[in-house]
Design a binder for this molecule. Structure first.
Ligand SMILES: Nc1nc2c(ncn2[C@@H]2O[C@H](COP(=O)(O)OP(=O)(O)OP(=O)(O)O)[C@@H](O)[C@H]2O)c(=O)[nH]1
Ligand SMILES: [Mg+2]
Length: 600
């Protein structure tokens, strides 16, 4: 299905043409029928010769209802511009064309209606005049077809031309991120809440969990062109039956989206497209039209040329880069500008924003998000996951970003983190030569990154290593054993291994003792420090003696090691804990780890 919106000045015959094309009068309200004036959006369907199904959104032409016109065209990319051949180009012909242009509608046709009330010459002149007005717009060169909607003359030509235009217009994009801008909300007997709208960006299916406005809901039923379906793709007129939300909770302008696929910003940075001759205050209130909605915004121009602005919305709505907005000056009741959303998560001060907004999307995201989560890219870029992947790959290929674990970072950020980590590690090694390095969490905090980010950044860093939760410089080994103090201490202890002097008496700092204990060169047993080698020797001597004698007393061990009780009591306790010996009364017998299985 394709969706086509009408456009054009009041009374030029939009609704009559939709009726002639579809057999459905799009004017739904008695008041509209009575006055012959469209007030609100109307909807109708038909199938063209090619088999293309078309959903029409018929908009009002009267300037008083421009808000409804904007709601109708917000999600549509093909237009049927209607011009009365007799009256010719009128103010809302112009304004509607400008609006279509600001919304970047690039496909469409013109129907010159009421061909029956003018002579051929007037008709030809009208066509020429319309062609001139289209020149330079996004609809330049669009086909112009004359018709009389009352008698039906030329209506087949309109159909055939529309069929051709739709065939040439690209199909609605499917980015896997459906968004339905709600244009009607009502309750249907036995069904509950129903919303209708134009679906873009992706597919919706029955049972999908969605956000409707700010409410969680579930899709209970889907109707399109009068048929119940279980799933519907982008570029269609859709009615959704929603469970879990009251119709009073929703209104025109809300969007139905899948959870967590969209950011719902209150502040967005945009590129401005001012209409010719319109001036825009540097700061001020405007009405902004997005999708099917009208919102109040506070606008602040960001640069001297007025090319960029920051908009503060009065309520959050799901937006993404590329979304088009229309700005109207409420005081002067005029459409003054369009805007294209560039940044849905503006970070930093407004006056710094311009430099970034001139960058292409990928580089812009990397520069505004120092640690950009890969999974966050579709929301920030307004694209599918596949397109996000290509965007990142391209940045990496162009050396404009690197991917570390699940993040995309600029080379500058990565270099900074690596260089700072190396510098901090070196600094730490200088003051704590015995430490293996500096805690990951300490460095992370100092560099304002998470420990996970730091680890990821350092994983392939050439001169920094992360080991046992510590960041160390690759050139630093941090082995206390290799320091002169350590060598001196170990030599002093080895001189009388089973009656070692206290490290204090050797004049060695306690920090070195701790480091050596950590590295396994020393063992601290109840505040008596032995070398690991001494304890190994003690183990061997005790096992040998047990093999000969079966049991040993503390006094036996003392004699065996040529030491005193002061040292032997801790050694015996250590042997027990190691499982080399086991206590039996005052005796030691072989323990489970003595290797003396025959004596156990
Ligand atoms: N003779 C003639 N009259 C037409 C034709 N098309 C529309 N009309 C008449 O023009 C008047 C306005 O037609 P509508 O279709 O309501 O015009 P509209 O553009 O929908 O008007 P709004 O929605 O209010 O902007 C009606 O009285 C129609 O009967 C046509 O091709 N020939
Ligand atoms: Mg109408």
């Amino acid at each position: 299905m394709r969706v086509v919106a009408t456009a054009g000045h009041v009374d030029h015959g939009k609704s009559s043409l939709v009726l002639a094309l579809t057999g459905t009068d799009p004017d739904r309200f008695p008041e509209e029928k009575a006055r012959g004036l469209t007030i609100d959006l109307g909807f109708a369907f038909t199938t063209l010769a090619s088999g293309t199904e078309v959903g029409f959104v018929d908009v009002p032409g009267h300037v008083r209802f421009i808000k409804n016109m904007l709601a109708g065209v917000g999600a549509v990319d093909v237009a049927l511009l209607v011009v009365d051949a007799n009256e010719g180009w009128m103010p809302q012909s112009e304004e509607h064309l400008r609006i279509l242009e600001l919304l970047d509608v690039r496909h469409g046709m013109v129907a010159l209606t009421k061909a029956d009330v003018v002579d051929d010459e007037t008709l030809e002149l009208a066509a020429l005049q319309v062609g001139e007005h289209l020149a330079g717009s996004t609809l330049e060169g669009a086909p112009i077809v004359m018709c009389d909607s009352l008698s039906g003359r030329g209506v087949d030509d309109v159909r055939a031309t529309l069929d051709r235009v739709l065939g040439e217009a690209p199909a609605a994009r499917d980015d896997g991120r459906p968004r339905l801008w709600v244009d009607r909300v009502f309750t249907a007997r036995g069904a509950g809440t129903v919303v209708t709208g134009t679906l873009t960006g992706g597919t919706l299916s029955i049972d999908d969990e969605v956000f409707a406005g700010t409410h969680r809901a579930r899709v209970r039923g889907i109707e399109t062109a009068g048929r119940n379906v279980s799933t519907v793709g982008p570029g269609a007129r859709v009615a959704l039956n929603l469970a879990g939300v009251e119709h009073t909770d929703l209104s025109r302008g809300d969007a139905v989206v899948r959870p967590s696929q969209w950011l719902t910003p209150r502040v967005v940075d945009v590129a401005m497209a001012r209409l010719p001759g319109e001036q825009i205050k540097r700061r001020g209130r405007f009405q902004v039209y997005v999708g099917s909605g009208e919102h109040r915004v506070w606008l602040r121009v960001l640069d001297d040329d007025g090319a960029f602005a920051r908009l503060r919305l009065d309520e959050p709505i799901p937006l993404a880069p590329g979304d088009r907005l229309v700005l109207r000056d409420t005081g002067r009741k005029r459409t003054v500008a369009g805007a294209e959303v560039l940044d849905v998560e503006p970070i930093g001060r407004a006056r710094d924003a311009t430099a970034r907004l001139t960058l292409p999307l990928g580089r812009r995201l990397v520069s505004s998000h120092p640690w950009l989560l890969v999974d966050h890219v579709p929301r920030l870029a307004g694209c599918s996951s596949e397109d996000a992947r290509s965007l990142i790959d391209e940045l990496v290929t162009m050396a404009e970003a690197a991917q570390v674990a699940e993040w995309v970072v600029s080379p500058a950020v990565l270099d900074h983190v690596r260089a700072e980590s190396a510098a901090r590690a070196l600094e730490h090694h200088a003051t704590h030569p015995l430490d293996g390095g500096i805690e990951v969490s300490t460095v992370a905090r100092a560099l304002r990154v998470t420990p996970q980010q730091l680890r990821a950044a350092l994983a392939d860093a050439p001169d920094v290593v992360v080991e046992r939760g510590l960041v160390r410089h690759a050139a630093h080994h941090g082995r206390a054993t290799e320091s002169p103090d350590a060598t001196r201490l170990l030599a002093a202890l080895d001189a009388t291994p089973f009656a070692p002097p206290a490290p204090n008496d050797v004049g060695v700092d306690h920090a070195i003792v701790r480091a050596l204990v950590r590295e396994g060169a020393l063992v601290d047993i109840d505040n008596v420090v032995f070398t690991a080698a001494a304890l190994d020797q003690a183990r061997v001597k005790v096992i040998d003696a047990l093999r000969d004698r079966g049991t040993l007393t503390v006094a036996d061990i003392r004699d065996l090691l040529g030491s005193t009780r002061k040292y032997v009591v801790p050694i015996a306790g250590w042997l027990d804990r190691e499982g080399v010996t086991r206590r039996r009364g005052d005796d030691r017998v072989p323990g489970p780890r003595s290797g003396l299985r025959e004596l156990l």
